[in-house]
Write a protein that binds this ligand. Structure first.
Ligand code: SF4
Ligand code: FES
Length: 242
């Protein structure tokens, strides 16, 4: 077993932007920083779920090398940089790419103010898309009586896949295809949510960080302007619930 691996399985301390962070055996950088009350931007990571490592928003520099904080194991003596101009610029670019790759119309989205993508982009100082919009032609699946799926807003974070599989025990979702062709698919004969095993009480329905998966008929229960990220920056908001 390498010394690095032994380090990762023992408690210790690393530094994040010059500040000491303690970690426990097997912690990733993200887990240790979150537990210490710190914040590294993220979209596809959530406490208590296996990391997916796909959005790359959590990219940090570890001893000078880029890595995803949600997948890199903490080890003693690491010098981790997160809040640097280089990494802030990289994250803004990743966010802009996410926005142009889908169809995100915040003013008409029920998730506005509770959306982690929107809130992260605001905090990152993103003021426009920068890149040309793709305007992809994607379907809305309204076939289920209680659950709405709008693939225009899906950022392929895979959280619903993990929640349905690991919490609900149903495997309702999967990601199919690669690269630009990657898309969320529903596990039913018709491919529609209405024919799947999903229930509105499933964790998968409530975990989406954007407005792609939403319970129906629950719009504007909390008025715009009084929602979670309307009141607090994403970095200052408690917990990691979507
Ligand atoms: Fe993530 Fe939501 Fe898309 Fe599922 S529907 S992959 S939770 S963005
Ligand atoms: Fe680490 Fe998405 S939060 S890659």
């Amino acid at each position: 077993m390498s010394n690095k691996r032994i380090d990762a399985l023992s408690p210790g301390t690393f530094t994040l932007d010059g500040k000491d962070i303690e970690f426990g055996p097997g912690d990733t950088l993200m887990q240790a920083v979150t537990r210490a009350g710190g914040y590294i931007p993220h979209l596809c990571w959530m406490e208590n779920f296996l990391p997916h490592g796909s959005c790359r928003l959590c990219t940090v520099k570890v001893n000078g090398r880029m890595g995803a904080a949600c997948t890199v194991l903490a080890s003693t003596g690491q010098n981790v940089e997160s809040n640097t101009e280089e990494l802030r610029t990289l994250r803004r670019t990743l966010l802009q790419m996410l926005f142009v790759e889908g169809n995100h119309f915040c003013p008409s989205c029920e998730k506005s103010g509770n959306c982690r993508l929107q809130a992260t982009a605001y905090e990152a100082g993103m003021t426009g898309p920068h890149f040309e919009e793709f305007y992809p032609n994607r379907p809305v699946d309204a076939s289920h009586p209680e659950v709405w799926l709008d693939l225009n807003r899906c950022i392929l974070c895979e959280l619903c896949v993990r929640a349905s599989r690991d919490v609900d025990g149903k495997n309702v979702f999967a990601i199919s295809g690669h690269g630009i062709d990657a898309h969320l698919v529903v596990n039913s004969l018709s491919g529609l949510l209405g024919d799947s095993a999903i229930a509105v009480s499933d964790r998968a329905v409530h975990i989406c960080p954007v407005g792609a998966l939403l319970p129906k008929r629950q719009g504007f229960t909390v008025p715009i302007g009084q929602r979670r990220f309307d009141l607090h920056l994403v970095s200052a908001s408690e917990g990691n619930a979507s």
